[in-house]
Design a protein around this ligand. Structure first.
Ligand SMILES: Nc1ncnc2c1ncn2[C@@H]1O[C@H](COP(=O)(O)OP(=O)(O)O)[C@@H](O)[C@H]1O
Ligand SMILES: Nc1ccn([C@@H]2O[C@H](COP(=O)(O)OP(=O)(O)O)[C@@H](O)[C@H]2O)c(=O)n1
Length: 211
């Protein structure tokens, strides 16, 4: 079984992805980490605007680097939104993601283009949203919890800029697949969002099996 979870920044995709994967006994890949990893490598080389260098870093990506806590920083997230516009970088990361999805026993992938580009045949597709204000509140809480000194208004501005960049790029823009179910988590805590997501997946998978 393959489950695709897409949505804007800090909507709760990663949290849901982890819990849904554990619930169904699947592997989980937070695909934003791939773009964050490429961005961080380029930031260290002071080459964030070099698409070819980005593709080179994407091809050489060591999966062990995905566990680096620096990838969760605000700088890595903003950089990821920039390198993710480069078609060469997206192409280099596409194979990595498809390979991950195809391995037994199946997987949950979360990102921006999983249901539309990476796994268009996924068994269940969720599009997770929440208001920009609620997402900024969540992200500020998360970063403060990790000791970062953050300004919530600046985070809200960054989230809006990122939403715009992710939705308006020509290549694999952020959008719901035609067959995705939208889950608005603005008024749901993490447990309620998880329960709602499992109900959706169960319904979609049962529907497919009886079709
Ligand atoms: N439904 C929710 N209600 C409140 N906080 C949430 C909810 N879902 C996730 N969070 C918290 O919000 C932050 C961002 O969630 P995350 O899963 O990393 O989002 P995304 O992967 O979409 O960027 C995390 O600190 C997470 O614990
Ligand atoms: N499948 C994906 C995943 C992330 N991304 C890009 O990578 C950036 C960071 O993704 P992320 O999921 O880690 O970001 P957050 O939602 O955690 O803030 C996004 O703003 C997108 O520009 C993408 O283009 N495609």
């Amino acid at each position: 079984m393959i489950i695709a979870i897409d949505g804007p920044a800090a909507s709760g995709k990663g949290t849901l992805g982890r819990r849904i994967a554990a619930h169904y006994g699947l592997r989980h890949l937070d695909t934003g980490l791939l773009y964050r990893a490429v961005a961080l490598k380029l930031i260290h080389r002071d080459m964030l605007d070099d698409a070819d260098a980005g593709a080179e870093e994407a091809r050489a990506l060591d999966p062990a680097f995905l566990a680096d806590p620096m990838l969760r920083s605000e700088a890595a997230g903003a950089g990821a939104s920039i390198v993710s516009v480069y078609p060469q970088v997206r192409q280099a990361l596409l194979e990595f993601q498809r390979r991950f999805a195809s391995e037994a026993p199946g997987a949950v992938l979360d990102g921006r283009d999983i249901g539309t580009v990476i796994c268009p045949d996924a068994d269940a597709k969720l599009f997770v949203i929440a208001s920009a204000e609620e997402r900024a509140r969540r992200r500020a809480l998360e970063l403060r919890g990790r000791g970062e000194d953050v300004d919530e208004a600046a985070i809200l501005a960054d989230i809006r800029a990122r939403d715009h960049r992710d939705m308006s790029r020509a290549n694999a823009p952020l959008k719901a697949a035609d067959d995705a179910v939208t889950l608005d988590t603005t008024a749901l805590d993490a447990d309620a969002a998880f329960a709602a997501a499992v109900a959706i997946v169960d319904r979609l998978v049962v529907k497919a099996r009886t079709a």
